[in-house]
Design a protein around this ligand. Structure first.
Ligand SMILES: NC(=O)c1ccc[n+]([C@@H]2O[C@H](COP(=O)([O-])OP(=O)(O)OC[C@H]3O[C@@H](n4cnc5c(N)ncnc54)[C@H](OP(=O)(O)O)[C@@H]3O)[C@@H](O)[C@H]2O)c1
Length: 212
């Protein structure tokens, strides 16, 4: 595939490299220095080159949007016409200091993006909290016998699954409330991040229960 990377940081750099090495044709764009984009393209060793957001957009049938939410408008305006493109977004709709969502819990970043670029096809993917956030939690809880499970949802059958896990695996349950908050993946991601930041008080495992 021809893939344009809009945001060549941690996510864009890694995913672009993986895709280039897998044989896809990748253009790295949007980093603060051209030097960084060129270094990434060289190190990817596959079909990769550096370019501007407009070049990445023109080149790619699919585009990875991997910038902080506060940079989304800027990178989109530099990218130009995105009609008909598949935009894979991992940008979480967070405020500048990453402490809260900038959307209501009933909406999603993908929904907001679709309003900004209605002629593109938006896919929300990779929108997890950075896994480093969770490492100290695993570390501090290593000796604990009963892991926590955080769950949310109000679907009866799903609650039965949660109940079985709590009973059979011996989880300490943390009920995070009704499904409303979990319907948008970003809100759930934030919830996990916030709980994890509580360190020893945070959960090791988080499940999102919906209808199976
Ligand atoms: N990191 C993760 O594990 C992770 C996981 C899931 C989702 N996410 C989400 O993915 C999105 C991107 O995260 P990330 O960790 O990849 O961020 P990042 O490393 O900060 O990457 C953002 C990219 O945008 C570039 N940039 C920022 N301001 C710019 C400007 N004014 N002009 C030109 N380029 C600019 C940065 O340039 P420089 O390279 O020069 O800094 C960098 O290449 C965020 O919304 C984040 O929440 C991240």
């Amino acid at each position: 595939m021809r893939i344009g990377i809009l945001g060549s940081g941690l996510m864009g750099g890694k995913l672009g490299t993986i895709w280039a090495r897998a044989g896809h044709d990748v253009v790295f764009s949007y980093a603060r220095t051209p030097h960084k984009r060129e270094r990434l393209a060289r190190a990817a060793k596959g079909n990769a080159r550096a370019g501007t957001p407009a070049e990445a957009a023109q080149h790619g049938a699919a585009l990875l949007l991997a910038v902080h939410w506060s940079r989304v408008d800027d990178v989109l305006s530099q990218a130009g016409d995105l009609s008909g493109k598949v935009i894979i977004s991992c940008s979480l709709p967070m405020n500048a200091d990453d402490t809260d969502l900038v959307i209501a819990h009933t909406s999603s970043g993908a929904e907001e993006l679709a309003k900004k670029i209605p002629t593109a096809r938006i896919v929300s993917a990779f929108s997890t909290v950075p896994s480093e956030v969770l490492f100290p939690v695993f570390e501090s809880r290593r000796k604990k016998k009963r892991p926590n499970v955080v769950y949310c949802g109000d679907d009866v059958r799903s609650k039965k699954v949660a109940a079985a896990l709590i009973r059979d695996a011996g989880f300490d349950p943390v009920d995070a409330g009704p499904l409303r908050i979990a319907r948008s993946i970003e809100a759930f991601t934030l919830l996990i991040g916030q709980l994890a930041y509580e360190r020893p008080g945070g959960p090791e495992l988080a499940y999102r229960f919906e209808r199976f």
